[in-house]
Write a protein that binds this ligand. Structure first.
Ligand code: HEC
Ligand code: HEC
Length: 277
């Protein structure tokens, strides 16, 4: 029996040979595992103040933070930014100054949560961009050109809305369409996204709780995909400096759109009147 037991030296040799393979096998798995959890956590607890790759907000853009700082520094900072600031840490105090004296609140994170966050942040840095909270609403900045174009077609009524709502162009103009292109019943939406931002536009398109729109789209709500594509289109329009388009097609579209919208209002109000009788 004894002869089958490998000697110490053999065991060590085996371990040395197997170790790199084990590391190779396990490490990508381990990283991939933490990413979704980290992403989720980030959208719940950090995204109100930070982005990863979309620029500074209340706090700094966290893209590449684990390369510009030591991991141990970030770990200590997350536990208590306040203690670090009061302890006179130069980096923390510089950040505090740069971000208008707003103190990041202490974060109660378990080791696993912190590892997940780090995995997520590294993954973002590797990919060069990130979309936190895969299950949360998609950001307009993640839209493809096709989705933006489809949003435009929905807006202009070239593609019908799935639940039969009237095209936006009936009441709204955007500069992209032309000065006289869209409807003028309601606000010009060219800079609405710039003004409202992701955080207000996303729920706005979900609820459509505005005068007139409430009535119309309450019965014909936008689908999730339509909400996203319209948001992506409005984001693009608000970013885009192109001069207004002037072709007659769009002038015509505006009238047709308004006609459709007024028809809808008629139906809704008519239906209401009857209901009251
Ligand atoms: C209420 C706003 C707020 C929240 C929520 C918040 N932070 Fe911060 N964060 C800041 C501010 C502001 C700073 C700049 C330092 C300061 O002034 O305290 C900062 C700085 C940081 C830094 C240092 C950045 C650098 O460039 O070195 C890291 C890392 C960080 N935050 C991570 C997180 C993580 C991870 C979460 C979520 C678990 C989070 N923060 C939640 C506001 C916030
Ligand atoms: C029947 C007319 C009508 C139609 C059709 C319509 N809207 Fe509106 N919408 C309004 C009115 C009225 C307001 C209230 C704000 C205003 O006009 O000043 C408004 C407000 C908005 C706002 C807020 C604007 C801001 O800057 O505060 C958004 C965003 C919006 N609409 C998007 C849409 C989208 C997207 C569609 C197409 C799916 C659409 N609307 C279709 C009448 C309409």
């Amino acid at each position: 029996m004894r002869t089958h037991v490998p000697g110490r030296r053999q065991l060590r040799a085996l371990a040395v040979a197997a170790l790199p393979m084990l590391v190779l096998l396990v490490s990508p798995l381990a990283v991939a595992q933490g990413v979704p959890e980290g992403s989720q956590l980030f959208s719940q607890r950090c995204a109100s103040c930070h982005t990863v790759g979309q620029g500074d907000r209340v706090g700094p853009d966290l893209m590449g933070v684990l390369t510009r700082r030591e991991e141990s520094w970030v770990t200590t900072f997350l536990k208590s930014p306040g203690a670090m600031i009061d302890g006179g840490d130069p980096v923390a105090n510089e950040l505090l100054k740069k971000f208008n004296g707003i103190r990041m609140p202490d974060q109660q994170l378990s080791d696993d949560e912190r590892k997940g966050l780090f995995a997520f942040l590294r993954d973002c840095a590797e990919k060069g961009s990130c979309q936190p909270g895969a299950s949360g609403p998609k950001l307009a900045s993640d839209a493809t050109p096709e989705e933006i174009e489809h949003g435009r077609q929905l807006f202009e009524g070239r593609v019908a809305l799935a639940n039969g709502g009237p095209p936006c162009i009936g009441c709204h103009n955007v500069r992209d369409i032309g000065v006289v292109g869209g409807g003028t019943l309601a606000r010009d939406l060219t800079f609405s996204f710039a003004r409202m931002g992701e955080r207000k536009m996303t729920p706005a398109l979900k609820e459509l709780d505005f005068p007139l729109m409430r009535e119309l789209y309450g019965q014909a709500p936008l689908t999730d995909a339509e909400q996203f594509e319209l948001k992506a289109y409005l984001a693009q329009v608000s970013r885009d400096g192109t001069p207004p388009r002037k072709d007659r097609d769009f002038f015509y579209l505006g009238f047709v759109g308004l006609g459709v919208a007024l028809g809808f209002i008629g139906i809704v109000l008519g239906g209401r009147g009857r209901a009251k009788d």
